[in-house]
Design a protein around this ligand. Sequence first.
Ligand code: SAH
Length: 260
Amino acid sequence: MNDVLGNIRVVLVGTLYHGNVGSACRAMANMGVKELVLAGPRLCDDAGEAARMAVHATDILTARREVASLAEAVSDCAFVVGTTARGGLYRQHVKTPREVAPELLRLASGGKVALVFGREDKGLSNDEIGLCTHLVRIPVHPDYTSLNLSQAVLLCCYELYSAMGVYEPPVEKSPPALAARKHKLADMWRAMLLQIGFMKADKADHMMQGVQRIFSRGVYSDDDVSILMGVARQADWAARHGGGVRPKGSTRSGGGHAAH
Ligand code: SAH
């Protein structure tokens, strides 16, 4: 995976603010992109802001290269992806980052691909757009189409990382509850709700339909069932003993379910 993302180079053209450079580093690190080149930077504010905004991505900041122009920054790249907030002449063949991401990953598996971002105040010039083999616009609300520079970096890198398909969502450790356990849970709750006086015996069937509906919507894992069984045991015990906490391991008095 790193081979492909390692071939993605972020190029910031004519950047004004150190904070944006630092935030861009952080965004890149979040998405596994490591190489940063500043082309003709015009940095005009407190340099410390870059490290402050990069936080744990200062390695990218430190390793950045600075060159005079975009042409120099992309001279060894076969593919150059320009990003633009603006439409207009020569900028109408834009695609979304999501559309181009799979193609860019394919291209990056064979060589360097540059992802180019323009100046905070005036974006990329038409000459610079002319150096690009692809153009990307992040879909945004038409009332305000220009994103913060580092947020544009984040969204583009995010789409590349997503398209890698390597992210694995965490899986729940507890297995799904089996029908028999859920059935037993409902029995325990029925007994407990009667014991605490929540419902009367002649209404129990009806009331339990509502409880069952709650359980069937939200109780999925075996751990869920264990917790709700524990609630039933304690409530049942407290109702029989006039309150208090059920000693660990004690069984339910009155000949019901054994505690587990
Ligand atoms: N005022 C500038 C906007 C600069 S924003 C202009 O009108 O062009 C700084 C950079 O962030 C842009 O050059 C571009 O690289 C990136 N960017 C901002 N919004 C974007 C969007 N909606 N889609 C793609 N890139 C965007």
